[in-house]
Design a protein around this ligand. Structure first.
Ligand code: NIG
Ligand code: FE
Length: 415
């Protein structure tokens, strides 16, 4: 057994009360000014004020002592919503969008998500693997130690399974924990444009059973949006997924208020994501049902839209999580420090709320709360050292990366 002591650390961690932190609890942060963490075999064995942790170790042999030099010490980021498995970026489309062509208009013309679908169909698994792992390692360097990756650029059984196999393989080749999500209903392929219900049937009758059979996804997601999948089509897919024992989540109310947040509440989804246009009525339904609001401020930034009403959501008792939405279209970033900065500066979260949202609550979105999301005895030793005195540095140092060291299971990641 390898025992390590991280000492002289200024520790900040959300408090895990056994459920996602909602409302006022989202601001609750534990701070040890002169803190220490004892790590045994990659797991946190003790944490607290340095003198207390050291006295509790007694005569135990410590193999390595790491002086954190008074630096700010926080849990590794958990990014619960990414599409970072893709074949090519879409710079041309970005140019169109900044000239004012709307995101959904580009999709309607067969571009956007559908152009990524064509690229994935042409790519082999090695090419996809290379792009995905590059994105993941970039995320790891900026402090993400656990993340979700969705399929969704396949849109047929063969290519969706191909993406999910690549996601499984990248998980085996990096130190990050990866949670795979099946997103077969990400867009309606052009050949189904006159009969989208037939595509919904394909997802339900063929893709979902195949995904379940191979055991390569934990969640199912749907892009519920005007011109993409309607509320009733989304309900059908998500209910079928639940029937197969998959967890469910939903891209909801991103551009138009279709009622996706309400559907998440009705079905007991783990999270509803985006929510730029969600109504207060559905915010209240989500809060009552315990659905987590996963907010993606870099998407609002990239689409030049007003952010989701994060403060309002927290005030109404909703638990808020933060994610990059890393994808080649609406949010080409893997940086959780950037997301943290946008959450504080553009959505009005306090640094404490942003910290909870990007670690503890996002771990709950992924069902990873027993392993990750806070610095507690029994969880994985996934943590970051920041240059700066408090987690506020993540917003204050705009465009920089104050993450100076990343530890996964107590091991340093080379940056
Ligand atoms: O979450 N909105 C739908 N899906 C992604 C975008 C994917 C893409 O544009 O490639 C999102 O923003
Ligand atoms: Fe997304």
């Amino acid at each position: 057994m390898i025992t390590k002591l991280f000492y002289n650390a200024s520790i900040y961690t959300p408090v895990d009360h056994g459920s996602p932190a909602a409302g006022l609890a989202q601001s609750e942060i534990k701070h040890f000014e002169h803190g220490a963490v004892l790590v045994k075999n990659g797991m946190i064995a003790d944490i607290g004020e340095e003198n207390k942790v050291i006295s509790r170790t007694g005569s135990e042999k410590i193999h390595q002592k790491i002086d954190c030099k008074g630096r700010c010490f926080i849990p590794g980021f958990v990014d619960p919503h990414t599409h970072m498995c893709f074949a090519r970026t879409r710079e041309g489309e970005f140019e169109q969008r900044i000239q004012g062509i709307p995101y959904l208009e580009i999709l309607k013309q067969g571009g956007g998500i559908l152009s990524s679908v064509r690229a994935v169909a042409q790519a082999d698994e090695d090419e996809l693997f290379e792009v995905t792992i590059k994105n993941m390692l970039s995320a790891l360097k900026t402090g993400t130690t656990t993340l979700e990756i969705k399929s969704g650029y396949g849109l047929d059984t063969e290519n969706e399974l191909k993406m999910l196999r690549v996601i499984k393989k990248v998980a085996e080749h990096t130190p990050l924990d990866v949670v795979p999500t099946f997103l077969g209903a990400h867009a309606v392929p052009l050949e189904y444009i006159d009969n989208p219900d037939a595509f919904v049937n394909l997802v339900v009758d063929e893709m979902l059973p195949a995904v379940k059979d191979q055991g390569i996804a934990e969640y199912c997601d749907v892009f519920c949006e005007q011109g993409v999948f309607s509320l009733s089509q989304s309900r059908k897919i998500l209910k079928a997924s639940q029937g197969l024992g998959l967890g469910i989540k939903i891209h909801a109310d991103e551009v138009n208020d279709l009622g996706g947040g309400g559907l998440a509440a009705e079905l007991g989804a783990v999270s509803a994501d985006h929510l730029l246009a969600v109504s207060t009525e559905n915010i209240d339904k989500m809060a009552k049902a315990g659905v987590i609001a996963t907010l993606l401020p870099a998407t609002a930034y990239s689409l030049r839209k007003p952010c989701a009403r994060a403060k309002h959501m927290i005030e109404r008792g909703l638990a808020v999580a933060l994610a990059t939405d890393c994808n080649p279209g609406s949010s080409y970033t893997w940086s959780m420090p950037f997301i943290f900065g946008l959450a504080v500066m553009n959505m009005g979260l306090s640094p404490a709320q942003a910290l909870t949202a990007s670690t503890l609550n996002s771990a709950y979105v992924l069902g990873m709360e027993k392993q990750a999301g806070s610095l507690d005895k029994g969880k994985q030793a996934d943590f970051l050292m920041l240059e700066g005195k408090t987690p506020s540095i993540l917003a204050y140092n705009a465009g920089g990366c104050p993450v100076k060291a990343v530890y996964k299971l107590g091991e340093p990641v080379s940056l």
